[in-house]
Design a protein around this ligand. Structure first.
Ligand SMILES: [Zn+2]
Length: 218
């Protein structure tokens, strides 16, 4: 009888754990929804590092860490455009965010310089059409991310950049983050490290939260 009671106790504990985890995974009731887009994937490796690292893998690692932070957050749920090594067309990436009516679209990348291994640092990009209705918010978020990331990581601040980018198809504020240069040997080693990836993920997540909270109270 005692053994039966012990078994029942263990069963209840396991059940609570499973149900609890399930609830953490359910994100519908949260205040904000952010789509994180790990750049490239599948046949498209993105930039190739000095030591051969493929950008698509770094982007996915960082995105998964951001998703993990979202699991334990009361306000923000994170949806990834890809959660494995597959290629997703750009239209589908922004299309997902539009369908979900996400609050933000954030694309994660790592940089490359074809000629200079010395090029280093972080830059956050926004689409160059300043007439886009979401441009002012995108720029505000980009400036905040640029500041927070470079300070936390102690890397070169390359400033925000304007380019013609697929993120213009997102109907919400959208930015693209270049998290460091894979063609720079030292930065490539950083980008491969757990510490750097985790710090980048935490700073991105916390900055998104800071931005969303201030945007919604304006
Ligand atoms: Zn890229």
């Amino acid at each position: 009888m005692k053994a039966l009671t012990a078994k029942a106790f263990v069963f209840v504990i396991v059940l609570v754990c499973i149900c609890g985890w399930g609830q953490i995974g359910q994100s519908q009731a949260k205040r904000f929804l952010v789509v994180i887009d790990p750049g490239h994937g599948g046949w498209d490796p993105g930039a190739i590092g000095y030591y051969g690292t493929q950008e698509k893998d770094i982007n996915l690692d960082i995105a998964r860490f951001i998703r993990l932070l979202g699991l334990y957050d009361d306000e923000i749920s994170i949806v990834l455009t890809r959660s494995e090594d597959v290629y997703v067309p750009h239209r589908e990436r922004t299309g997902l965010a539009n369908r979900l009516r996400a609050d933000l679209f954030v694309s994660i990348h790592a940089n490359a310089h074809p000629r200079h291994a010395a090029a280093n640092g972080i830059e956050v990009l926004v689409h160059d059409d300043t007439n886009l209705p979401t441009y002012p918010q995108s720029r505000t978020l980009a400036l905040l991310l640029q500041k927070r990331l470079t300070r936390a990581l102690g890397v070169t601040d390359r400033g925000i950049k304007h380019q013609t980018l697929f993120i213009r198809w997102a109907e919400m504020p959208a930015v693209l983050i270049e998290t460091g240069f894979l063609t720079n040997p030292a930065e490539e080693m950083s980008l491969r490290s757990f510490t750097y990836q985790w710090t980048v993920a935490q700073v991105i997540f916390n900055t998104i939260k800071e931005y969303l909270r201030s945007a919604k109270t304006r």
